[in-house]
Design a protein around this ligand. Structure first.
Ligand code: AVJ
Length: 322
């Protein structure tokens, strides 16, 4: 291990019982729901990696093409000696494009809830980019209270790819963008990937792939509850559902109960009616203008946007800061 490069810092934010509390609260709700951040245990993260390679799931390919094509322009926005803080830094495939293009980046701080996945990626990065200081932080990036200690003494830039911003309700997305401005600091540059509104049939296919990987990804949430919380979900009695809600400009993912049934989790019984669903994810889609408006309302000035009409990458600059 290179001097100054710490292994993996586990921030005290990921309380294991928060999973239990969030699951019981979600399954007690009307309608029932579960937070999408719990998709990403090691099995879920691996299933998501498979989703990114599916022919129907265009966002990852589009974003990679845009990042590769515009890497020099994006890299020119980063100040010398800066630390690139990536929110939800699962696989570093996208960050590598920026890390290679921008010599001004001297440190990389991926922040992700799935510590093991993060650790493996960090080890690979250290091997491939030995000049770069890599500081993985296992934390829930929505609850971080300040810049990661490892980047506190550097100018910071942010990276939030993959349209994970789409998982937030627009109000929450605005709150997260303000939060990110506080973490990154005044004048910081923030590069955000945003999936665009498009014909419903293209979106529908992207979340209902023929191979059924997205269905497995969705159902894995129930398997995880069984594994980690002693639940007794019968996965064959639930079905994956994903559809485009055009009023809300969002893809909705649900797990539908195929029959009346009772499920026990954390010593609590939950009744399901036939056809009743658990809402597991929203994926909001924006236009270039609607995302710019959201950013401006959240303390950011739009600098530039690159798009291929299916996906967009935005560069923003912080008006407010730490
Ligand atoms: C990682 C949240 C961007 O919403 O497109 C992929 C997750 N869900 N297929 C998305 C996801 C179903 C993905 N994000």
């Amino acid at each position: 291990m290179n001097p100054g490069q710490t292994a993996l810092r586990i921030a005290p934010f990921v309380a294991p019982d928060s999973f239990a509390a969030d699951v019981v609260a979600g399954l007690s709700g009307h309608p029932k729901s579960l937070p999408p951040k719990y998709f990403y245990d090691s099995i879920g993260s691996a299933l998501f990696e498979r989703i990114t390679r599916l022919p129907e799931y265009y966002p990852t390919r589009s974003e990679l093409e845009l990042l590769n094509k515009h890497a020099p322009a994006i890299a020119s926005l980063f100040p010398p000696g800066c630390a690139l803080v990536e929110f939800g830094g699962g696989s570093s495939t996208k960050a590598r494009i920026l890390l290679r293009a921008a010599t001004s980046i001297e440190a990389y701080v991926p922040v992700d809830i799935s510590g093991d996945f993060l650790q493996q990626e960090a080890a690979r990065l250290r091997r491939d980019l030995p000049h770069l200081a890599v500081y993985p932080v296992a934390a829930d990036f929505t609850t971080m209270t300040g810049p990661p200690a490892e980047a506190a003494d550097r100018p910071r830039a942010g990276f939030f790819p993959g349209s994970t911003i789409g998982n937030f309700e627009p109000r929450e997305a605005a709150r997260f963008l303000r939060h990110a401005a506080r973490i990154l600091g005044k004048d910081a540059v923030f590069v955000v990937g945003v999936d665009l509104v498009k014909p419903a049939d293209i979106l529908h296919r992207a979340y209902n792939d023929a191979e059924g990987v997205t269905a497995k990804f969705n159902l894995n949430l129930l398997a995880r509850i069984n594994r980690e919380l002693g639940g007794n979900f019968d996965l064959d009695a639930f079905e994956h559902r994903a559809f485009y809600n055009s009023e809300e400009s969002r893809i909705e993912m649900h797990l539908a109960s195929m029959k009346r049934q009772t499920v026990r989790v954390c010593n609590t019984a939950f009744e399901f009616g036939a056809g009743e669903t658990i809402h597991t994810e929203n994926s909001y889609k924006y236009s270039i203008q609607s995302f710019r408006t959201l950013a401006q309302r959240s303390g950011w000035s739009p600098l530039k946007a690159w798009t291929d009409s299916r996906f967009s990458v935005h560069a923003l600059q912080a008006d407010i800061g730490a």
